[in-house]
Write a protein that binds this ligand. Structure first.
Ligand SMILES: NC(=O)c1ccc[n+]([C@@H]2O[C@H](COP(=O)([O-])OP(=O)(O)OC[C@H]3O[C@@H](n4cnc5c(N)ncnc54)[C@H](O)[C@@H]3O)[C@@H](O)[C@H]2O)c1
Length: 263
């Protein structure tokens, strides 16, 4: 998924590379599924396949957590779930506010998967006065006038922006001024934030565009000319460039008059 990170070094303070941090949720998702099936242990190869990651990379990632597994047995599923959850800060409850309760904001509010992953939707905020007080997913929508108070009262540090792009920066500024230090942005715009504030961006249309690029490639390979060999050192044999035939010389009757008319 297309996401962005701002104002963070490539290695986090405890020495875990940012790329490893980005893979921890993938391991956690796969491990949670194993745990739900009461699977006690898992090999690095099995877990790597379930998480869609290379197994050598997985072993390296787990070495940052001080988790090396047991030869011939593998990793203890429950313990690894605990270790990764702790590393991701998921052993505590994170209150989250969603700003912009339209189609997307309402869908996010209704998504039950956040709670099981340690995130509690503390408040829903929208600028439309007609929405104030209306319940969405059992939570009454509050007006943006209340934004600062809601954040302070609920001790919220994570905000989700699901407003139109034109409103997103202004919403972001207010969230940050109110004390929010992590933002998940769904609006198709780049947000500017001060140091110390993390922004992750989600844009499904970018993901679709990347898939479209690969689809186009696949379609070209199916119907097109024989495949070009792959490899760094492959060079196409030189061929002269086929130039289109020169256009006929203009006649008095058929002159190109582009740019010759007076203004
Ligand atoms: N990232 C993605 O993959 C993805 C997918 C779908 C939509 N989006 C984006 O998410 C955003 C919301 O889409 P939607 O379909 O839910 O739109 P929508 O029009 O249904 O909802 C937008 C909501 O934001 C509210 N709003 C407007 N200005 C506001 C402000 N200043 N403060 C608080 N609330 C405000 C509106 O009252 C409305 O309820 C859009 O920017 C859209 O482009 C992103």
């Amino acid at each position: 998924m297309a996401t962005g990170r701002t104002h963070r070094p490539a290695t986090r303070s405890r020495g875990i590379p940012e790329a490893t941090v980005a893979r921890l949720p993938l391991y956690l998702r796969a491990l949670t599924a194993l745990s739900e099936r009461s699977v006690p242990t898992v090999s690095s190869e099995e877990l790597a396949t379930a998480a869609g990651v290379n197994s050598a990379k997985l072993r390296k990632d787990f070495s940052y957590l001080g988790s090396y597994g047991t030869r011939g047995v593998g990793y203890d599923v429950e313990y690894l779930v605990y270790q990764i959850s702790r590393e991701l800060g998921l052993t505590q409850d994170w209150p989250v506010v969603i700003v912009g309760i339209g189609n997307l904001g309402a869908a996010l509010a209704n998504y039950g998967g956040f709670a099981s992953r340690g995130f509690r939707v503390a408040a829903l905020i929208d600028a439309d006065p007609a929405m104030a007080g209306k319940p969405v997913a059992g939570i009454p929508v509050q007006h943006t006038d209340e934004l600062e108070k809601i954040i302070t009262d609920n001790g919220v540090s994570i905000g989700v922006i699901a407003t139109p792009a034109g409103a997103a920066q202004q919403v972001c500024d207010r969230l940050v001024a109110a004390g929010i230090t992590s933002i998940l942005n769904f609006a198709p715009t780049v947000l500017s934030v001060p140091d110390g504030v993390d922004v992750r961006k989600v844009d499904l249309s970018i993901e679709l565009q990347i898939l479209a690029f690969h689809e186009q490639r696949k379609a070209g390979e199916e119907v097109g000319a024989p495949r070009r060999p792959r490899g760094r050192f492959h060079r196409r044999p030189w061929r002269p460039i086929a130039r289109p035939p020169a256009p006929p010389a203009p006649t008095a009757a058929g002159k190109d008059l582009t740019g010759t008319c007076p203004p």
